[in-house]
Design a protein around this ligand. Sequence first.
Ligand SMILES: [Fe+2]
Length: 317
Amino acid sequence: MYTSRRMFLGGLISSAFVSQFAFSSRAQEAPALFTKKPEDFDPNLIVFLSDTHCNPKGTSYQRQHFQAVVAEILKMNPLPSHVVIFGDFAYLNGGREDYAAASQTVKPLTDAGIKLTIGMGNHDRRKPFLEFYPDYAKTSPVPERIVSVVETQHLDLIMLDSLQHEPSGKGIVSGAIDPEQRKWLALTLKDYKKPVFVCAHHEIKELKLDKLLVNTPQVAGFIHGHHHRWRRGWTASNWSSTKTLRTLCLPSTGHWGDIGYTLFRTSPDRAVAELRQSDFYFPHPMPKEKRPAEWDIRLEENRGQTCTFLLPKVTSA
Ligand SMILES: [Fe+2]
């Protein structure tokens, strides 16, 4: 089982290199964007990536896993309409070289016509990120933060910015939502006309958003990264209340922990997240002879897992 899985992953990585190269060559001749038709995309399919930790070193396992996932997405038929990245897009310290590598790695997605949204994690830094993605400074509804609203047919996603760092640029692991962003969120959610998911790099309780989100009927769920684990949960407004909000923590594409990505399929009454896990390792991959047996147990236990969110009925006033 282990050998075949590793071979499968190895195959994915090799094919990623081939596919990336082939794609770049084609893209130079004619941008892929102009070769795609609307029917090539599924408007109800979104792919979630998190904690890509894009190591600028091309031979690193983080980069290879990230490239393999991008190659897998590009082979989907139909293609997802959106890819959303839940932060820690940079490797460790939000260096310019990290964003140069990460933006190059995801470029085939946007070249293919897939809409890409990136959130901030504790390993990101806004200033170097904006050098590569300046439009976020214009589109973010909260000044000095990188906040996005992803609109789809049945639901929207609000990606918050929970990054904190010291004035020197030194990272702070924990996340927070600043008062201005919190105020904007509360006002925005108050009259929201569609089911909406609130998303961030850090978890709901750490961001002190549980009371607001559980008590906002339009909010269908909270989705986050940071822990590098596929983990489903529920948050309640208080112990004895039946009012709960479903939460989901996403795996890392290749740094450590649960390794993979998530398909998010939407329909008029529900959204179903489906785990695509290729590996588990901590704190880094190990050769077969040293690999703890428990890692394969984790893979077995997660195989085929889904997380269903019921969408609230939102009546527009
Ligand atoms: Fe991370």
